[in-house]
Design a protein around this ligand. Structure first.
Ligand code: AMP
Ligand code: MG
Length: 406
């Protein structure tokens, strides 16, 4: 049996980021940039107005003999159009936010600081002097042509997508999204739309893992459930090996029908198959037909916990991320953990910020078959090996499941 840390290290040593590909901009959320993004244009591309108002020569805005200057309006320029003449001394041009500043003008005065006798008047009075450059957003103020804006290796979020759109990157070079085969095992496991029959239970793992895989950023493919026969497993694995990663649940323990290990021996290699943790001791890792295989335990809670600890970091590494694991923080365990467990114990808990500190409450019965212990859990308390308990009100480390990875 190896430690959680050694298991993760051995798994990640076998995983590399997937190749780079071009993906349409609308589909790159959460992916990792495979190249630096260098601007090929200035942004904004032309000097434009920051306000609705009048483009003018700043020198014309100064009061004359104590009176507000009157300027003749020679035209109008709306956003999306270009003025057909220049602004000359003694004149002004109506301008809208985002419209290019007409030649000749060196300032824009907002409409609120002007006065017109009637709407559509040919004259405007300038009520306040404005400085050169007032309300003008110069070309290249945001981004200059040739500037490196985003670095390779960074994760693409909504704001990065906005900048990429600004720069005209209709497709983006990214690390490819992994395709993950999800395989259930067990003669007792039936699909969710089937009525329960004696001895049968519904396949919760495949659906749980499908969602968790998608949330980790990969493309899940549920391949159904293999029967507890070597033939059924072989058949399912011929499909599974067409993916970047295979995740199975069940069939990796020491029972007579735990055949996933046999298939790994037959068609690939087992790297390890037991980890010193609870829930989730029987976790197998290896390869089949060259494809990494993570064999998770059958008990739903064990499958969920071991996916967070091992499956999610694998997917993130394949996606090109460098921050792979959930962060750990110190919390006060309000209700304590009284159960003595020799293995490292991952206790489902809800952590919240209260009165200036993080406080955890466990989610009840921690049996590995108690699926409801996952509900409302946003953290795993990490109880060290060797039968440690945590008295109510004492501190422990909590792995935060809904915080960004570190
Ligand atoms: P195993 O590791 O195959 O011995 O399975 C351990 C426990 O998990 C057994 O009680 C199984 O019935 C249960 N189990 C296995 N696969 C699933 C599944 N896909 N959904 C729900 N429970 C499962
Ligand atoms: Mg089984």
């Amino acid at each position: 049996m190896i430690s959680v840390e050694e298991a993760l290290e051995r798994i990640l040593a076998e995983i590399a980021p997937l190749p780079t590909t071009q993906v349409p901009l609308a589909e790159v959320l959460g992916l990792v940039l495979a190249e630096d993004v260098v601007a090929r244009e200035d942004m904004p591309p032309f000097a434009n107005s920051a306000m609705d108002g009048f483009a003018l020569l700043s020198q014309d805005s100064r009061p004359k003999d104590g009176q507000p200057p009157r300027l003749r309006i020679t035209g109008e320029v709306a956003a999306g159009y270009v003025a057909d003449s220049a602004v000359q001394e003694g004149t002004a041009m109506r301008i809208m936010t985002g419209a290019p500043v007409p030649p000749g003008a060196d300032a824009v005065i907002q409409v609120e600081l002007t006065r017109s006798e009637v709407p559509g008047s040919a004259w405007v009075e300038i009520m306040e002097p404005v400085a050169q450059g007032n309300n003008i957003r110069p070309a290249g103020e945001d981004i200059q042509c040739g500037q490196t804006i985003l670095l390779r290796g960074s994760e693409i979020g909504p704001w990065e997508i906005g900048v990429l759109a600004t720069l005209g990157w209709a497709t983006v070079p990214v690390v490819r999204r992994p395709h993950v085969a999800i395989l259930g095992t067990g003669d007792e496991v039936i699909d969710v739309d089937e009525p329960l029959r004696p001895g049968k239970i519904r396949n919760s793992n495949s659906y749980l893992l499908e969602a968790a895989v998608r949330r980790a950023g990969a493309e899940p493919h549920r391949l159904g459930v293999a029967r507890d026969t070597i033939e059924s497993l072989r058949e399912k694995f011929t499909q599974a090996v067409q993916h970047d990663l295979i995740i199975t649940s069940g069939g990796v323990s020491v029972g007579d029908f735990d055949l996933v290990k046999n298939i790994m021996e037959e068609q690939g290699q087992i790297n390890f198959w037991r980890i010193n943790m609870r829930p989730g001791k029987p976790v197998a890792f290896g390869r089949i037909g060259g494809v990494p295989l993570l064999g998770l335990p059958g008990n739903p809670v064990s499958a969920a916990v071991t996916f967070e600890l091992f499956g999610r970091p694998v997917i993130r590494k394949m996606l090109g991320h460098t921050r792979l694991v959930h962060p750990q923080i110190d919390v006060v365990v309000e209700d304590g953990v009284s159960e003595r467990v020799q293995r490292r114990h991952y206790v489902r808990a809800h952590v919240e910020w209260r009165d200036g500190r993080f406080v955890a409450r466990t989610t009840g019965n921690q049996g590995s078959n108690i699926t409801t212990s996952l509900l409302n859990a946003n953290a795993f308390l990490i109880v060290p090996e060797g039968g440690t308990t945590i008295q109510p009100g004492k501190m422990a480390k909590a792995m935060m499941l809904d915080w960004p990875e570190v």
